[in-house]
Design a protein around this ligand. Sequence first.
Ligand code: HEM
Length: 126
Amino acid sequence: MSMISKGMITLFALTIVMIFGFLLSRHGKPYSDVLLTIHKVVALAIIIYSYLYIKQHTSVVLNNFWLVLFLVISVICILALFITGALLSIGKVDYFMLKKIHLPVALLMSVSFISFIVVFLQKVKN
Ligand code: HEM
């Protein structure tokens, strides 16, 4: 499979996560198990897929300032999304505070991760 196709699959999966996030939010509590499972599992699949893929090109990433920056921002955001997402689904911590964190972090993560993919694809093509 070409590099571009792999990047496209990741972007498609990220779009699915975002769509199911907004559906979860609209549906409200108690959360639909189906929506929540798809949201979580596709998010986890992106992480595993990206990790395995990036691992094969570690030197390309480490030799580029922007790739390192976008990757660090994405990883921090993903950690925050998993923590806030888990707390939202348990429902024991302040709902509105968690929602205020989850959405902007999801947007920041998307911008940073898409930027990573764009720069990464340019570097591995050269
Ligand atoms: C790449 C990772 C993730 C992204 C990009 C993401 C993105 C989003 C987005 C955009 C929303 C809609 C927020 C709103 O409209 O206010 C959302 C909602 C939600 N997400 Fe995630 N999410 C991610 C990971 C997770 C994980 C791992 C969990 C659970 C363990 C989770 C649980 C939830 C829940 C429960 C909601 C509904 C919040 C509400 O009631 O409004 N998310 N997510």
